[in-house]
Design a binder for this molecule. Structure first.
Ligand code: HEM
Length: 142
C-alpha cells in the first residue's frame, strides 16, 4: 500500500527527494508549481503574468482571462466556445473565475483549459491558490 502510494506520488512528481530513505522527517516534498502538460511525460513551467499585463489583452482579437489564478489566452477559443463569445468577452482582460465556476463547467471543459494556458499570476496576486498549491475551491484544474 505504502509503495503504491509512493509510486503514485512519484508519477505525479510529488515525493521525497531521496527515494532510498524511508520516511525521513527531513525529506522535503517537491510540489510542482503550475506546469503546462506538453505530453504525458514532459512537463514545462508557465511564466508569471501579472493582472496588469492581463488587462492589456481585453479585446475580441486579443483576449486573455484569469481563472483560478491562471492566465488563459482564449482569443481563438472565443469563436468556438459552446457558451458563446459574449460571456467570455464580459471578462476579457480580467478575472473570470466566479463566472466560470458558477456556470458549472464539465470535467471535459476543465480539461480543455490546458490548451489555452499561457501563465500564472505571481504569488502576491493569487487569491485561489496559495503556498504549496493549496486550493480554496473545488472542481478546478489540477
Ligand atoms: C478557457 C476557458 C473556458 C473553456 C475551456 C470553456 C469550455 C466550455 C465548454 C466545453 C462548454 C460546454 C459545456 C461543458 O462541457 O461544460 C462551455 C459552456 C459554457 N461556458 Fe465555458 N469555457 C470557458 C470559459 C468560460 C467563461 C469565462 C464563462 C463565463 C461566464 C463561460 C460560460 C459558459 C456558459 C454560459 C456555457 C453554456 C452552459 C450551458 O449552456 O449549459 N465559459 N464552456
Amino acid at each position: 500500500m505504502a509503495s503504491a502510494l509512493t509510486n503514485l506520488l512519484q508519477s505525479l512528481r510529488i515525493g521525497p527527494l531521496s527515494s532510498t530513505s524511508k520516511s525521513n522527517p527531513n525529506d522535503v516534498l517537491i510540489i510542482p508549481k503550475v506546469e503546462k502538460m506538453k505530453s504525458k511525460t514532459e512537463l514545462i513551467e508557465v511564466p508569471e503574468i501579472t493582472l496588469e499585463e492581463v488587462a492589456q489583452h481585453d479585446s475580441f482579437d486579443d483576449c486573455w482571462i484569469v481563472i483560478y489564478d491562471r492566465v488563459y489566452d482564449v482569443t481563438q477559443f472565443l469563436r468556438e466556445h459552446p457558451g458563446g463569445d459574449d460571456v467570455i468577452m464580459d471578462h476579457a482582460g480580467r478575472d473570470a473565475t466566479i463566472a466560470f465556476h458558477g456556470t458549472g463547467h464539465s470535467r471535459h471543459a476543465v480539461e480543455m483549459m490546458r490548451h489555452y494556458l499561457i501563465g500564472q499570476l505571481p504569488d502576491m496576486q493569487c487569491i485561489f491558490r496559495s503556498g504549496q498549491n493549496k486550493v480554496l475551491s473545488s472542481g478546478i484544474p489540477d
